[in-house]
Design a protein around this ligand. Structure first.
Ligand SMILES: O=C(O)c1cccc(C(=O)CC[C@H]2O[C@@H](n3cnc4c(=O)[nH]cnc43)[C@H](O)[C@@H]2O)c1
Ligand SMILES: [Zn+2]
Length: 355
């Protein structure tokens, strides 16, 4: 996968890359299955050799090249098919945490689609135990704190919404690390308002609302996510740039956008990086966070996304550190946890810039 990353690596100055690589960071928009690295895919494929997912890194690069969003979902589901046992779930979660820790990610909210696993026959109790076991091990061994966002795969219909909200709110099942409730998959033909009753139940149970919206459809989808799903952050929100009133609303209410630049290019949601609206978001005063979405599938990682953002926003080290603090501010971490990571970012930046 390194080859793929080499192609996409952003031409930010080398010392800025080095600064970013060791900068303590928070990741707010990254998918569980979408984080399966070639190494993890190869290990899962060795367990389940009947897969159509190639294990050779060269072939994986081709397999992970998408013509559009629909093709991306097809490929995504073929990786989902590789996760068949609670031990697969544990391996994936633990190894994803290791990859995050290597990038100095101190805190990550990982989007998990439990419906995709339970409908494929993984026992729901065993699934929850597997993610929780991996979360605790990762925190103890790598120091990376993981939290979960359970998302509805919208295209799978209201049956998937019912199952997801049940798994998220049943006191006997709900995992300790669960903090939020999301909605993913394609947006076209999947109107957000129909999910209102499920989000109402999740919010009533104390979960925060973070649907994807405005990734592949226009700004009305973002309005729908705000109005009907009471979104506190928006996954992507790319098309918000087409509506000044929406930008002003996001800025005024401090509703952060989870921006994933390379993902938007890979799924053809945006034509080129230079056309990405991230600069317009910042100009409008919107709280922008930078994230990786499905990093190995898009040949990127969080550090590369920061380098991309630094170039598009013309940021130096201090600017990049502010961006990293945006993610901490917009996270669902408690105040003490936020303050610990903010202090770490400040200390690191001051030491880096000291003469
Ligand atoms: O699991 C199934 O059986 C199933 C059946 C029908 C549809 C689906 C999905 O739509 C799964 C979508 C899957 O995609 C994840 N994801 C990852 N990255 C993104 C993104 O950038 N935008 C939207 N969705 C994304 C999402 O978490 C779902 O798990 C599944
Ligand atoms: Zn996403």
């Amino acid at each position: 996968m390194t080859d793929h990353l080499d192609v996409l690596v952003d031409p930010a100055p080398l010392d800025l890359h080095a600064f970013i690589a060791s900068l303590p960071k928070a990741e707010l928009h990254v998918h569980h299955v979408g984080s399966a690295s070639p190494r993890i895919v190869a290990e899962l494929a060795a367990r389940h050799p009947d897969t159509k997912v190639p294990t050779d890194p060269e072939a994986l690069v081709d397999f992970f090249t998408f013509t559009d969003f629909a093709r991306f979902i097809d490929v995504y589901l073929s990786v989902v098919d590789l996760i068949r046992t609670p031990e697969d779930v544990r391996l994936l979660t633990y190894e994803v945490a290791r990859d995050l820790a290597r990038q100095q990610v101190r805190y990550a909210e990982l989007t998990i689609t439990p419906f995709s696993s339970t409908r494929r026959g993984i026992d729901e109790r065993a699934f929850m135990d597997a993610i929780e076991d991996a979360r605790k091990a990762a925190e103890a061994e790598f120091g990376t704190v993981l939290r979960w966002c359970f998302d509805i795969p919208g295209e799978a219909g209201l049956e998937s919404a019912e199952e997801t909200v049940r798994l998220a709110t049943d006191e006997r099942l709900r995992p300790e690390g669960l903090v939020s409730f999301g909605l993913g998959g394609p947006e076209i033909g999947v109107p957000r308002p129909q999910f209102k009753p499920y989000f109402d139940r999740a919010i009533a149970a104390g979960l925060r609302s973070v649907p994807h919206a405005g990734e592949t459809t226009g700004p009305q989808t973002v309005w729908d996510a705000l109005t009907h799903l009471r979104a506190e952050r928006i996954g992507h929100g790319t098309s918000s740039a087409q509506d000044d009133r929406l930008l002003a609303h996001l800025a005024e209410h401090r509703i952060a956008l989870e921006v994933c630049p390379t993902s938007n290019i890979a799924t053809r949601a945006v034509r080129t990086l230079d056309e990405h609206p991230i600069k317009e978001f910042v100009k409008a005063g919107v709280l922008v966070t930078v994230n990786s979405d499905d990093p190995p599938m898009f040949g990127t990682d969080l550090n590369n996304e920061y380098a991309v953002a630094a170039r598009l926003l013309e940021l130096d080290e201090r600017g990049v550190a502010e961006l990293a603090k945006n993610a901490v501010d917009a996270s669902f971490l408690d105040e003490a946890g936020k303050s610990r990571i903010r202090d770490e970012i400040d200390t690191y930046t001051a030491a880096w810039l000291a003469p």
